[in-house]
Ligand binder design. Structure first.
Ligand code: COA
Length: 322
């Protein structure tokens, strides 16, 4: 029988500090009403100064490994998707996570912005199915607060910190059915991180976005993307147990949900609680379903994501965790 790659577990870690919309009103020309109406976000988590992306990733990884009922030593590859690594360029955040776990296995980061989780799924699927690796730990992790300009009301209210991990292992049922990924670099300058020559508040890097333009491309791309992956796999909207979209903006989620004519109970929404956690957003949402006991073994999940690059992607996967 052909080896299949399966999502064996999910685990997340959120820093303890919560930043509410009202907190921005004290230093920015913004309001809880504006943020809620335009984005659906009510709060987000923020890491401490001395808490790095690899710390969040490590804590999420421990939960995922425990829930997969394997030993740490059974992990033979670690992939981290992040746009806010501990170090820019090197060493990779995955290397630091491997060290914290006491492992010397292959470990590397990927850069696909908010689509990072889908990209990791694609990689892990092919490595496990080809029997190159047995247990791949994939982690979406962001200390995105470290690349935000807190004077820019159009970006800083949108994002949150956090991490979530999955163990992808070989199995014979409940597989990752299909993954699609794509890019269009023509849009690079609509969403990117710059490195200003001089910055008054010493922020070394900050995220810049033309939100309105990103919004328009995102909704159309995502609606087509999910329709395509469903028809390619001869599935209908009714086959989906959980639609788990990237949690960037409630209006984007609702647009795709309406295009697919999905029911409320099929659609996982937690952007209100976490904001946009970029590469961590889909696995944090999976964890939210899991911890609220709504996600069961054999449930079919549909993921979609869109991010800087532009990058985007979608995936269909059964949940194989306990
Ligand atoms: N509080 C109050 N007003 C704000 C604000 C804030 N936090 N941020 C921007 N505004 C203002 C703008 O300055 C603008 O004012 P003006 O009309 O006087 O020029 C007005 O609100 C409208 O700005 P606009 O950017 O057109 O708003 P919008 O309806 O597009 O909403 C986003 C802005 C960012 C919420 C929305 O564009 C969005 O969600 N885009 C996609 C972002 C995304 O998902 N990115 C990640 C992809 S992974």
């Amino acid at each position: 029988m052909k080896l299949k790659a399966c999502i064996k577990s999910i685990g997340a870690y959120l820093p303890k500090n919560i930043v509410y919309n009202q907190d921005f009103e004290t230093f920015l020309d913004t309001s809880d009403e504006w943020i809620t109406r335009r984005t659906g976000i009510k709060q987000r988590f923020k890491a401490d100064k001395d808490e790095q992306t690899s710390d969040l990733a490590y804590k999420a990884a421990l939960v995922a490994i425990k829930r997969a009922k394997i030993n740490i030593d059974d992990i033979d590859m670690i992939i981290v998707a992040t746009l806010s690594p501990d170090y820019f360029a090197m060493p990779s955040t995955a290397t630091l996570v491997a060290h914290k776990l006491g492992l010397k296995v292959s470990a590397f980061d990927i850069s696909a912005a908010c689509s990072g989780f889908i990209y990791m799924l694609e990689l892990a699927k092919s490595l496990v199915e080809s029997a190159s690796k047995k247990n791949v730990l994939i982690i979406g992790a962001e200390k995105i607060s470290s690349v935000l300009d807190y004077n820019d009301r159009s970006t800083c209210v949108l994002f949150g910190d956090g991490a979530a991990a999955c163990v992808i292992s070989a199995g014979y049922e409940n597989e990752i059915l299909d993954v699609q990924t794509a890019t269009d670099g023509e849009y690079a300058k609509l969403l990117f991180t710059n490195r200003p020559k001089y910055s008054k508040d010493c922020t070394p890097i900050s995220l810049k976005m033309q939100g309105n333009d990103v919004f328009k491309v995102a909704v159309n791309t995502l609606a087509n993307e999910v329709k395509h992956i469903l028809s390619k796999n001869n599935l209908s909207k009714d086959d989906i147990t959980h639609f788990i979209p990237h949690q960037a903006n409630l209006r984007i989620i609702n647009y795709v949900k309406e295009k697919l004519e999905l029911k409320d109970e099929q659609c996982c929404v937690c952007v209100d609680k976490y904001g946009n956690t970029s590469a961590a957003s889909i696995p944090i949402a999976i964890n939210e379903l899991y911890e609220s006991k709504k996600l069961k073994k054999g449930d079919l999940m549909l993921f979609d994501a869109f991010g800087g690059g532009f990058t985007w992607g979608s995936a269909l996967a059964y949940f194989d965790g306990e």
